[in-house]
Design a binder for this molecule. Structure first.
Ligand code: NCD
Length: 314
C-alpha cells in the first residue's frame, strides 16, 4: 500500500488526498466529541507557538484558529497587518513573515488577498504554513469544517446533492468546497447570476444553473455565499434588492427544500441580501454549528501537522 500523504502545510484542498481529508475529519470528530464533553485543555501543542498573520479582515477564522491553538496549549500571537504595523511602511509579505519567523514560532496561519501567497511563504519558511484564505483561490479549513458539519448532521458526504448559491466567481469558500465535495463523492450544483458564475465553472465538475428553484429542488445541503463586493472591480449585480428577490434564500424559496435539507453559510452573512433572517435563524440552519465545528477542525489541522512534523524529525 502507498504511504499516507505527509502533511507539511495546509495550502488547499485541491492537492489533498482523500485519505488526508478523511484523517483530518476523523481527528476533527474526536476533538469535537471531547469538546462537547466539556474538555477545554489538550496537550498536543505544548511549548509550541502559532502565529496568525492576517492581511484581510476576519472574525470567525482568526478567533477560531486562536481558540484552537489555545485549546491545544500552544502560545498564540495575532498579527493583523493593518495601519498599526510596518506593512504600511512598505514591508513586503516575505519580509513580514521572515521577521515573525525570526522569533521562532512553530506554525504560521496566513490570510492574504493574493491567490498563492501561502504557497509562496511555504517555500520561503521552514515552518508549516496554513492557508486561512488566499484571494479567491482557496480556504481549506472552511471546507473541512463544512465537511465536518455535513457529516455530523447527514451521516456521510458520499451521494449527497449540494447546492452552492451566490457569488461563486469570487469565492474561495466555493472553490475549496467544490474540490472537497467532489473528492468525497457528493454531486455539486452551483447557482448564481451569470455575472457571478466563473466562465468555465463546468471544468470544476459541477452542474450550473441560474435558477435557485432548480438548484435547491433535490438538494440535501444548501450553502449560501455572500457577494464579495471587495473583490469586484465593477458592479456585477443591479442592486441588493434585486439580488435578494431573484437569488436570496427567503422564506418562500426555503419552503421548497426537501425535508431534512440543511442550510449553511460560512459567514459573514448579509441578512436581507443573500438570506432572510428567518431562514438564517430557522430550524434547518446549521450556521452556528459550522462555527463550533471550526475550532475542532482547526485543532485537527494543527495536531496532524505537528504529528507529521515530528515524524520527519530524526
Ligand atoms: C469567508 C472568507 O473570508 O472567505 N469567511 C470566512 O472565512 N468564514 C467568506 C466571506 O468572506 O464571504
Amino acid at each position: 500500500m502507498a504511504d499516507a500523504q505527509k502533511l507539511e502545510h495546509l495550502l488547499g484542498i485541491e492537492d489533498l488526498e482523500v485519505s488526508s481529508i478523511r484523517r483530518l475529519l476523523d481527528r476533527g470528530k474526536k476533538f469535537k466529541s471531547d469538546l462537547e464533553k466539556g474538555k477545554k485543555k489538550f496537550i498536543h501543542l505544548r511549548e509550541r507557538t502559532v502565529v496568525n498573520l492576517f492581511f484581510e479582515p476576519s472574525s470567525r477564522t482568526r478567533s477560531s484558529f486562536e481558540m484552537a491553538a489555545k485549546r491545544l496549549d500552544a502560545d498564540n500571537i495575532n498579527f493583523m497587518a493593518d495601519s498599526s504595523t510596518s506593512v504600511v511602511k512598505g514591508e513586503t509579505l516575505i519580509d513580514t513573515a521572515k521577521i515573525l519567523e525570526a522569533m521562532s514560532p512553530d506554525f504560521l496561519v496566513l490570510r492574504h488577498g493574493s491567490a498563492g501567497a501561502p504557497q509562496l511563504l511555504s517555500k520561503k519558511l521552514e515552518i508549516p504554513v496554513i492557508n486561512a484564505g488566499d484571494g479567491f483561490h482557496e480556504h481549506p479549513s472552511q471546507a473541512l469544517l463544512d465537511a465536518l458539519t455535513i457529516e455530523t448532521t447527514k451521516g456521510s458526504i458520499e451521494g449527497l446533492k449540494v447546492a452552492i448559491i451566490g457569488d461563486i466567481a469570487h469565492s474561495r469558500v466555493a472553490r475549496s468546497n467544490i474540490y472537497l465535495l467532489n473528492k468525497m463523492g457528493a454531486t455539486v450544483t452551483v447557482c448564481g447570476p451569470p455575472t457571478l458564475l466563473p466562465p468555465h465553472v463546468g471544468r470544476l465538475k459541477v452542474r450550473e444553473t441560474y435558477s435557485v428553484q432548480e438548484a435547491i429542488e433535490d438538494a440535501d445541503v444548501v450553502m449560501i455565499l455572500r457577494i464579495q463586493f471587495e473583490r469586484q472591480n465593477t458592479k456585477q449585480i443591479p442592486s441588493n434588492a434585486e439580488y435578494y428577490r431573484l437569488y436570496g434564500l427567503n422564506n418562500n424559496t426555503a419552503r421548497q427544500l426537501k425535508g431534512g435539507a440543511i442550510i449553511m453559510h460560512p459567514g459573514p452573512m448579509n441578512r436581507g441580501v443573500e438570506i432572510s433572517p428567518q431562514v438564517a435563524d430557522g430550524s434547518n440552519s446549521v450556521i452556528l454549528n459550522q462555527v463550533t465545528n471550526g475550532v475542532a477542525i482547526r485543532m485537527a489541522i494543527l495536531a496532524c501537522l505537528e504529528e507529521d512534523r515530528n515524524r520527519g524529525r530524526v
